[in-house]
Design a binder for this molecule. Structure first.
Ligand SMILES: NC(=O)c1ccc[n+]([C@@H]2O[C@H](COP(=O)([O-])OP(=O)(O)OC[C@H]3O[C@@H](n4cnc5c(N)ncnc54)[C@H](OP(=O)(O)O)[C@@H]3O)[C@@H](O)[C@H]2O)c1
Length: 251
């Protein structure tokens, strides 16, 4: 049987939104430690990707679509050999902008956009976790929900729908830590600040200069490292936490 870097049986991670940014860094971090990583995103598996095992470990799904998400969960369950899942990382998210790239506030966000954002950023994480609860239970697994600094303060670029979806996901993490914790599954969240990915808006340099004590952006791997800790033994008594990864931007 293949083993991971801790010499135990090979562990499996299910990661949503793996194609870019923080998700991609997470694939690299876990794969390098010997984990099997099953990824989900709207696009097909990129043939040139050197990290995943291949298309058999990628599920194409639109997480904005409840029916498609339910279908994907059944497919994931079929692909989990031995019926165990050691970690679920709910990372996929969208952050729509107004035409011209402006911020969508609470007055100008139409309800369809608001609903779309909540389907991807909030409902998909709970659907995934509930749909895979037996497999997570069997492994005494860990769930990490990726929230945001925008969930706890008004952000100059992240819109109102995005911010409220992340605040809701932070509350959901608390609820899940209580409910899933009782069956041995730990649930935590990480709240990144300004991480060097394509989600950032022009003008972020000003935030870096004026609001981040460390005076620099974070890297996707600096986020992936903490996700890894939350999915492994080092954090065995951490449940219901939200870890800020933002160079001190929140202080
Ligand atoms: N970057 C930052 O500074 C920052 C700050 C705070 C929080 N975060 C959070 O960190 C997480 C990752 O951010 P990122 O910057 O790495 O994002 P990103 O580069 O925009 O990547 C988003 C990922 O989500 C997937 N995705 C989007 N819509 C989807 C859908 N409907 N169904 C399935 N997959 C979907 C995308 O894949 P496809 O396009 O292939 O579907 C992609 O892999 C997000 O939760 C974000 O809110 C990021």
């Amino acid at each position: 049987m293949p083993t991971s870097s801790n010499n135990g049986p090979r562990r499996t991670l299910l990661l949503t939104g793996a194609s870019r940014g923080i998700g991609h860094a997470t694939v690299i971090r876990f794969s390098s430690a010997g984990w099997r990583v099953i990824t989900c995103s709207r696009h097909a598996f990129p043939e040139e990707c050197p990290w995943g095992a291949g298309p058999e470990d990628h599920i194409q799904v639109d997480l904005a679509d409840h029916a498609d998400t339910t279908r994907a969960i059944s497919e994931i369950r079929e692909r989990l050999e031995g019926g165990t899942l050691h970690a679920l990382v709910n990372n996929a998210a969208i952050s729509p902008k107004a035409a011209g790239g402006g911020r969508l506030g609470s007055i100008d966000t139409d309800i369809e956009t608001w609903s779309h954002v909540f389907r991807v950023n909030f409902f998909a994480p709970i659907m995934m976790a509930r749909g895979l609860i037996e497999e997570l239970k069997a492994a005494k697994g860990s769930v990490v929900n990726v929230t945001s600094i925008a969930g706890s303060r008004v952000h100059p670029f992240a819109g109102a729908a995005y911010a409220t979806s992340k605040a809701a996901l932070a509350s959901l993490t608390r609820e899940m830590a209580s409910d899933f914790g009782r069956v041995g599954i730990r649930v935590n969240s990480i709240a990144p600040g300004e991480i060097d990915t394509s989600i950032l808006s022009p003008g972020t340099e000003k935030i870096v200069e004026q609001q981040i004590p460390l005076h620099r952006l974070g890297t996707p791997d600096e986020v992936a490292k903490i996700i890894y800790v939350l999915c492994t033994e080092t954090s065995s008594y951490v449940n219901g936490a939200e870890i800020h990864i933002n160079g001190g931007q929140h202080v």
